[in-house]
Design a protein around this ligand. Structure first.
Ligand SMILES: [Zn+2]
Length: 73
């Protein structure tokens, strides 16, 4: 479930809200109770960093240093 951050326009505090529904109104400020809150950009941003596999030398079935198929021999 995404977590949204809301900032109160009155007192300026930021609070996180766990959004369970797609359509949800801006929650009231937990500090001053104002309804004048606005949604900030979510910090929920999964960054998938996949390291590239090492360059394959030789063929897939032989150990790299002992591949008779490598080198075009
Ligand atoms: Zn407030």
């Amino acid at each position: 479930m995404p977590i949204y951050e809301y900032q109160c326009a009155e007192c300026g505090i930021v609070h996180e809200v766990l959004v369970q529904s797609a359509s949800v109104r801006s929650p009231d400020c937990p500090g001053c109770g104002s309804k004048n809150t606005r949604k900030l950009f979510s910090t929920f941003s999964p960054q998938v960093k996949e390291s590239a596999p090492p360059p394959q030398s030789g063929c897939m079935s032989c150990p790299n240093n002992n591949c008779p198929h490598a080198g075009g021999a």
